[in-house]
Design a protein around this ligand. Structure first.
Ligand SMILES: [Zn+2]
Length: 272
């Protein structure tokens, strides 16, 4: 599943190819995604893409008529910039043919993704976006913010950092890995974390996401490859999906439990 680093890598991958470029044609081959593809998408023909931004796992293509094209990759979505003459793959659902001679294609086998045309002047007021917590890589996500979000919550810290009202884009892999780096057991009651442990966790969340985005940089060329789909990348994992294997730091067998219906992994020695 594309997580925040993959979405940011996608943003960086498509940005140079779509910014300042006109949309010649909008092609919708299937509109039954998680929500129906907006019918007003065709009104974008002839318009220019001004910028490509990201909020959480949503990509926001700002259009020169002050509307926004919102794309979410869902469970299995990907975007490619390719030759419009390239063969259509079974799950290529939406495409924008560009004045540059290229085409931006949205591919999504499981169709949990979204392609929506937002007409709000400020797209961040849209219902999908307005209640999102701070971006993990921006200065607003601080130890103080996290500590306040943890106050009076007996829930496991792992579930709290995966709550998009607390911070966006920390999926299961990154939550597990960040807690390992911070030396915090995932089941720790959130309210028990001190400010200094919150600080460690904020730093660790930033590190795992940044490392993964950096890793993704090496896959950017795939956005121009008409054969393959952009590969989702896996950084070197310390605990995630390593149940029973030796901890890379201390050799202790990695523990596993299901928490909030999600698999959770930790080292009982390194994480307290
Ligand atoms: Zn260990």
């Amino acid at each position: 599943m594309p997580e925040l680093p993959e979405v940011e890598t996608t943003r960086r991958g498509i940005e140079p190819h779509v910014t300042g470029v006109n949309i010649r044609e909008v092609i919708v081959r299937r509109n039954d995604l998680r929500q129906p593809v907006s019918e007003s998408l065709t009104s974008l023909e002839g318009r220019k893409i001004v910028s490509v931004k990201r909020r959480s796992k949503y990509l926001l293509l700002e259009i020169d008529d002050r509307t926004t094209l919102l794309i979410h990759l869902g469970m299995s979505g990907s975007l490619r910039v390719i030759d419009p003459a390239a063969d259509w793959k079974t799950h290529d659902h939406v495409a924008l043919t560009l004045s540059s001679g290229k085409q931006l294609r949205f591919h999504d086998p499981r169709r949990f993704g979204l392609v929506l045309h937002l007409t709000e002047t400020d797209p961040l007021t849209h219902p999908l976006l307005k209640n999102l917590g701070p971006e993990p890589l921006e200065p607003v996500f601080t130890a103080k913010h996290l500590k306040a979000a943890c106050a009076n919550r007996s829930a496991a810290i792992k579930l709290v950092i995966m709550d998009s009202k607390v911070v966006v884009g920390v999926g299961n892999i990154y939550a597990s890995e960040a807690l390992f780096r911070a030396g915090i057991r995932p089941g720790t009651a959130a309210k028990k974390l001190t400010l200094s442990r919150c600080e460690k966790l904020v730093v660790a969340i930033r590190e795992v996401l940044r490392d993964s985005i950096e890793e993704g940089g090496t896959t950017l060329r795939d956005f121009l490859n008409s054969d393959g789909e952009p590969g989702y990348f896996k950084q070197r994992l310390f605990v995630y999906e390593r149940k029973g294997q030796p901890c890379r730091v201390c050799g202790t067998e990695i523990s596993h439990a299901v928490m909030g219906q999600r698999s959770t992994y930790w080292c009982a020695k390194c994480q307290k």
